[in-house]
Design a protein around this ligand. Sequence first.
Ligand code: NAP
Ligand code: MG
Length: 483
Amino acid sequence: MSQLSLPQLALLIDGEWRAPMSGRHFDTVNPASEEIIATVAEADRDDVDAAVQSAHRAFLSGVWSRRNGIERARVLWAVAARLRELESDIAVLESVDAGKPLAATRRQDIRAAVDCLEYFAGWADKLEGRTVPVREDALTYVSREPLGVVAAIVPWNFPLMNAVWKLAPALACGCSVVLKPAELTPLSALRLGEIFLECGLPRGVLNIVPGYGHITGQALIEHPLVSKISFTGSPGVGKHIMRTASERAIHVGLELGGKSPALIFADADLEAAARAVASGAFFNAGQVCSAATRVLVAREAHDRFVDSLTARMAKIRTGDPLAAGTSMGPVISRKQQDGILDAIEGAKKQGATLAYAGDCDSPRGFFVPPTLFTDVTPDMAIAQKEIFGPVLGVTAFDGDAQGVALANDSRYSLAASVWSQDIKRAHAAARAVRAGTVWVNTYGHTDTRLPWGGMGGESGVGRDLGRDALENYTEQKAVWVQL
Ligand code: NAP
Ligand code: MG
């Protein structure tokens, strides 16, 4: 195994690494080996208060919020460059903490983080306003101002990337941030904190408070000096955050869950669809909010598609994330593993056919085999509930209208894919499917330049990424100057 170099394991508050006032620490575990990697400081309510106060002071001082955009951009560029330099180290850190195959961490997680930092660095000096002619005797203009202190709360499936999706636009806009990484995966966020300090981010502009959701996260979302909560995680916690934020009527962005359909028509390139579904459903052991877990196939193509898919699933190599050739690692925790295994048992009980189950007989680690069910009906839990593991179900449909209706029979609305070689049919389906992102004849791409988010409900509200993310972290101000 490559050398693992640990980051600071303290709290980042007011530009320095502090021991927690809580006096408490928690372990972070390698999900492939079940071994403790490190013991990390836990922030309690007092620690969170110190972090938010520091962020607020920094914001009011103008040291970052009123700094020239080009100077803010330079810090973000420097952080991106440093991430590139440290790519190998950070990839190992992230892979060990989150159980991700190393090659995928490098290819996906780190690159997406670098790309996001560079993209929003480019916006930092382009947050222009506009003049609006209103009356002869007045100059009226609209400017954009940073919102204030942003609470960024992120999950464990893409720890670094999700943190950067919040931090990069918030910092580009001049906000201060308090980041709470998931308690299961705090290490890459702490490394990122070191890099920001090294690259000259002024003290207090970024604070990092690892800890548990119900303690650290709860203190953060209730804090009166927070102006915006930017959250990625489960629908239950997301709705709780929205209720809490409603007490103070502050801004909230929620990137929540998914149960994304792959709608495959009979005229689709079935090989391409099987390849994409196999990678879309089992990438990151299925712990992806946009995982392709509801496969809807035209009945006449069903058997051919399932054959192609199982052939591809047989090639998935489950094992140690750091070993060359591993394509799927463990899931994040024992709890997650138990929940997924329960869902598999539940699908069998409800009458779905177990069409394929891979093998993974590791004596240790939270492994779940890639699992495929067929004969899934829309009322089954496996068709409706997000499992967040390497499990997918296939349902046959008759006719385009039924396929689209099945695709939309969900409380989720994050992403979907449609597969057809007929351009009219593909566009019609892309329009009809209710999802924040629709892929046509492909699966799973996200890009910093494109908005990402759900169409409400269990998938959340608001958009990360793209120029729209700038709206998340700025307010408009109308100024009326009497002439
Ligand atoms: P989660 O339990 O909701 O946790 C997400 C974050 O919220 C963690 O940092 C968690 O802290 C924190 N948290 C928990 N309770 C809190 C509270 N009362 N107040 C403030 N923060 C609190 O979700 P998860 O199980 O880690 O992640 C899986 C879910 O995230 C899935 O549903 C998935 O679809 C969704 N997800 C969505 C996207 C997207 O882009 N839409 C991306 C990734 C994941 P602790 O971890 O310390 O408990
Ligand atoms: Mg861990």
